[in-house]
Design a binder for this molecule. Structure first.
Ligand SMILES: NC(=O)c1ccc[n+]([C@@H]2O[C@H](COP(=O)([O-])OP(=O)(O)OC[C@H]3O[C@@H](n4cnc5c(N)ncnc54)[C@H](O)[C@@H]3O)[C@@H](O)[C@H]2O)c1
Length: 254
C-alpha cells in the first residue's frame, strides 16, 4: 500500500455501498488522506472499478469486496478479509442505503423489511462485526449515514426510509454510549439533498431545481462536502460522539 502522509495515515477504513455516489467519493477522500480503504458493495463489478480508479489516483491503497450488508455471514467475511489483508480496521463508514418513494398505502411488508434491512440492520451488523477489533485496539471511528429524513421527514423517500434513518440515529447514540470506554466514537451524518444517482433517480431535473431554490444555500450538496465531514469525524481530533451532524445547506435548522 502507498506511503504518503495525510490526516488518516496508517488507518484502515471500510466503506459500505462504495460502488457509486457518496460511498465512492468518501472512499476516495479517505484514501487521499492516507488511509487504506476497503470498498464494499453489493455490486461487485462497479465497486471493483471504483477501487481501481482510487488506486490509480492515490497509490495502491484500495481493495474492493462484494458484500451485502444485510447478510451477517457476508459482513463477517468482509471484516475478516479486511483484517487479513490490511492488518486491522479502525474506521467504518456505514453508507450503504436504499430508498423507495412509495406512499404508505402501497408499502408492502417485504418492501418495508428491505428498506429497514439495508439502511438500519446493515449498519448494526457491520458495526457489531468491527467492534471486537476496535475494542482490542482501544480505537475506533464509526460513522453512520443517516439523513435529514432521520431528523425530520424524508423529501424523496417513503415512511420506511424515514423510519430507518431515524433508527440509525438511535443506533448511533446507543452504541456511542456503550463503546466510548474503549476509545471508539460513533456519530451520524445527516445529509440533505446531495447530488448523487439516488437523488437524480428519484427527482426530475425541475423538482431538483425547485428544491435548490428553496435552500438557504441555494444548491445541492456535493458528495465531496459530505466526505470532508466524515474525514474530520474519523480523525483523532474529533471530541465528538453520539452526535447527529446536519449537512444540508441550511434546509433543516435544528
Ligand atoms: N443522495 C442523497 O441526497 C442522500 C441524502 C441523505 C442521505 N443519503 C444516504 O447516503 C447514503 C449514500 O447515498 P447515495 O446517494 O450515494 O446512494 P446511491 O444509491 O448512489 O449509492 C448507494 C450504494 O449502496 C449500495 N447498496 C445498496 N444495497 C446494498 C446492500 N444490501 N449491501 C451493500 N451495498 C448496497 C448500492 O449498490 C450503491 O452503490 C445512503 O445511505 C443514503 O440513504 C443520501
Amino acid at each position: 500500500m502507498g506511503q504518503s502522509e495525510g490526516k488518516l495515515h496508517n488507518q484502515v477504513a471500510i466503506v459500505t455501498g462504495a460502488a457509486q455516489g457518496m460511498g465512492a467519493t468518501i472512499a476516495g477522500r479517505l484514501a487521499a488522506e492516507g488511509a487504506t480503504v476497503v470498498l464494499s458493495d453489493i455490486n461487485a463489478e462497479k465497486v471493483a472499478l471504483v477501487a481501481e480508479s482510487i488506486n490509480a489516483a492515490a497509490g495502491d491503497r484500495a481493495l474492493a469486496m462484494r458484500t451485502d450488508v444485510t447478510k451477517e455471514d457476508e459482513v463477517a467475511e468482509m471484516v475478516e478479509t479486511t483484517v487479513e489483508h490490511c492488518g486491522t480496521v479502525g474506521i467504518l463508514v456505514n453508507n450503504a442505503g436504499i430508498l423507495y418513494p412509495t406512499r404508505i398505502d402501497y408499502v408492502t411488508k417485504a418492501e418495508w423489511d428491505e428498506v429497514l434491512d439495508v439502511n438500519l440492520n446493515g449498519s448494526f451488523l457491520c458495526s457489531k462485526a468491527v467492534l471486537p477489533t476496535m475494542k482490542a485496539n482501544k480505537f475506533g471511528r464509526i460513522v453512520n449515514m443517516s439523513s435529514s429524513a432521520g431528523r425530520s421527514v424524508s423529501t424523496l423517500g417513503g415512511v420506511h426510509y424515514t423510519a430507518a434513518k431515524a433508527g440509525v440515529l438511535g443506533l448511533t447514540r446507543g452504541m456511542a454510549k456503550e463503546v466510548a470506554p474503549f476509545g471508539i466514537t460513533v456519530n451520524a451524518v445527516c445529509p440533505g439533498l446531495i447530488d448523487t444517482e439516488m437523488a437524480r433517480e428519484n427527482c426530475s431535473p425541475e423538482q431538483l431545481r425547485a428544491y435548490e431554490e428553496s435552500f438557504p444555500i441555494p444548491r445541492l450538496g456535493t458528495p465531496e462536502e459530505v466526505a470532508q465531514l466524515i474525514v474530520f469525524l474519523a480523525t483523532d481530533a474529533a471530541y465528538i460522539t453520539g452526535a447527529a451532524i446536519d449537512i444540508n445547506g441550511g434546509d433543516l435548522m435544528m
